[in-house]
Write a protein that binds this ligand. Structure first.
Ligand SMILES: NC(=O)c1ccc[n+]([C@@H]2O[C@H](COP(=O)([O-])OP(=O)(O)OC[C@H]3O[C@@H](n4cnc5c(N)ncnc54)[C@H](OP(=O)(O)O)[C@@H]3O)[C@@H](O)[C@H]2O)c1
Length: 286
């Protein structure tokens, strides 16, 4: 039995779907089991369990009887608290395997980027009894879905990262790597940095979207301080906004321009390109 946390989000829905389609026993954790966002096959095949990282009793119930846990937290300064709460439950139930979804760059200059949030959880996973794999993805291709309302309305796309390029990765590839780590012994003790096949800046991604959608899309540069003030004014935790902006600055300075072949190593095929992702998600952009 594989417990998938973050099961209703971008990566988790894919992990649950693939496991269910392969006939694995899967349990999907969510704070709101009623009406959980799962694919039809997953909803039919998976057991859905209520679990909240803020409620240790619910985590005990969620892990009971599981053989492996896919550990994914929503982004934010609570990641350390949430990871450690789940790893407590993993330890007390003697769960045999943990696959943790972390972030690129964790452990190196972590104070500069979001990866700092994942460092305590990574350390606790490595120090635990369970067999582990850590996945550190680069920027998700799906992050550009937040441009969809602007593109549909013919408005310019906001660019906070200038010409800083990243190894944009398809969430479906991350999920497939997670499933490989969860279901085979081949990835024990490995830390993978997961990127797509090419380095892309925001203007590069917009250019690909222009081509795929066959329509003009403008870009407008947004100063980071202005973006941070807007996030805080919109109700975002100031610490969250500060770390998010440090991450954007890091990218803008070209310091996240890293490509690896870890997806190829694990899956035995090339990583999907951003163009493939964009083509498969044309409908979302109208
Ligand atoms: N986006 C990127 O470019 C990027 C790059 C590298 C790493 N990452 C990492 O990827 C992770 C986010 O993955 P994602 O985009 O797939 O997530 P997501 O779509 O934001 O979904 C978040 C998931 O977390 C669950 N959740 C939220 N609060 C919870 C709580 N208190 N207890 C239990 N579950 C809770 C939600 O489930 P319910 O609401 O159903 O409970 C949902 O399934 C973060 O850790 C981030 O650092 C992201």
């Amino acid at each position: 039995m594989i417990l998938v946390t973050g099961a209703t989000g971008t990566i988790g829905t894919e992990v649950v779907r693939i496991l269910a389609e392969r006939g694995e026993r899967v349990r999907a954790m969510t704070r709101k089991p009623e009406g959980a966002n799962l694919s039809a096959k997953a909803a039919e095949a998976a057991e859905v369990v209520r679990g909240d990282f803020e409620d240790p009793d619910s985590l005990d119930a969620a892990v009971a009887g599981a053989d492996a846990v896919f550990l994914l937290d929503a982004p934010g300064p609570w990641i350390e608290r949430h990871d450690l709460a789940m790893l407590d439950a993993v330890r007390s139930h003697g769960i045999g395997k943990v696959v943790k979804l972390s972030a690129i760059g964790t452990g190196e200059n972590s104070d500069l980027r979001v990866g700092g949030w994942h460092l305590p959880g990574e350390r606790a996973v490595r120090a635990g009894e369970a067999v582990w794999t850590i996945l550190r993805p680069s920027s998700f291709a799906s992050n550009t879905l937040r441009w969809a309302p602007m593109i549909r309305a013919g408005q310019p796309v906001a660019n906070m990262t200038a010409n800083g390029a990243q190894g944009v990765v398809d969430p479906r590839d991350i999920a497939e790597v997670a499933v490989a780590a969860l279901t085979t012994p081949d990835h024990a003790g490995k830390t993978y940095t997961l990127t797509g096949p090419e380095l892309l800046s925001t203007p590069d991604q917009v250019e690909i979207l222009r081509k795929v959608l066959n329509r003009p899309i403008e870009i407008v540069g947004v100063p980071l301080e202005e973006a941070k003030e807007q996030m805080i004014a919109a109700g975002l935790d100031p610490e969250f906004a500060e770390v998010a902006m440090r991450g954007q600055r890091f990218i803008a300075e070209g310091r996240n321009a890293e490509l690896t072949t870890d997806v190829v190593t694990v899956l035995g095929r090339p990583a999907r390109s951003y163009e493939i992702w964009a083509d498969d998600h044309r409908a979302a952009f109208g």
